[in-house]
Design a protein around this ligand. Sequence first.
Ligand code: ZN
Length: 278
Amino acid sequence: MKLGELEFHILSMGHVLLDGGAMFGVIPKPMWEKKMSPDARNRITLSMNSLLIHAGGKRILVETGAGDKMNAKLRDIYGLDGPFLDTELRKYDLQPADIDIVVNTHLHFDHCGGNTRVEKDKAVPAFLNARYVVHRAEYDHAMDPTERDRASYFPENYVPVREAGQFDLLYADAVIAPGVELVRLPGHVPDMFGVKLTGGGQTALLFGDLVPTTAHLPLPWIMGYDLYPMMTLENKKRWIPQVVREGWLALFAHDDRVPAAYVRERNGQWETEPVTVG
Ligand SMILES: [Zn+2]
C-alpha cells in the first residue's frame, strides 16, 4: 500500500495463542467467544503482524514476532508456529541484513522475539545493519519487570541488541523517517509506541497493543494483561474517534482476519471496513 512516497506492507510473523479471558479482561466469555472462538485450552488465535515500511530510502521493520528461541514447552503453551521472518522478507527480495531500522512498539516477546537469533548457543542481533528503536523507559522496565508481567519479558530478545550498541532508546515521540512517526500510546505498558504513517494526504495508525484486534475496538474491551487499563481506556477514547473522524487506516497488531481496516461510526457503534494491504 502506498501513502504518497511512503510504501508499506503487512507481514505475518506467525501466530500466538493466548487465553481468551486474559485477552478480553472484564468482558464475559459469552460475549467475546462470539467474536473469537477459543480452542479446547480456552486460547484464541492471534497473529503477530509486522509492518515493512519503505520511507525516505530506509527499510523499516516494525515488530519482529516471537522469533525461534523459545523452548518446546513454551512454544506449546503459546501455540507458536513461526518464525516466518526470512520467508516473509524474501517475498520482497529482502534479507534481515537489508533492514535499516527495527521498531519494537514494546518488548513483550510476541513483538521482539525475532530481534535476535541463536548463533553458536548465543543470542545475537538478527538484523546486523539495523538500528533498533524502542522507548527508553520500556527498555528499563523490561530489564526489571514486575511480578505481574515478568512472564512476557525475555532478556535474550533485547540485551544482545543493547550490548551490540544497536539500540536507539527514545525518550518521547519521534519521527524516525519521512512520514513515519512513533507516538506514545500508554496503557498496555506505560511506554508503548504506536506507529503513525502519513503520506499523500493519507494516514495509517498501527495501534500496537492499545487495540490489538478489531474485537478490541469497543471501549471496555481491554486486555487483562494491561498494566494500566484506565490509561488504555483514556487513550482509546482519544485515538479511536480521531481515526474514525479523519478517515485513517487502522492497523491491528494481532488481528488474524482483519489486519487493516477503516473504522466507521454507524448507529453509535464502530464498524470496520477491511482493507487488503499486500
Ligand atoms: Zn502483543
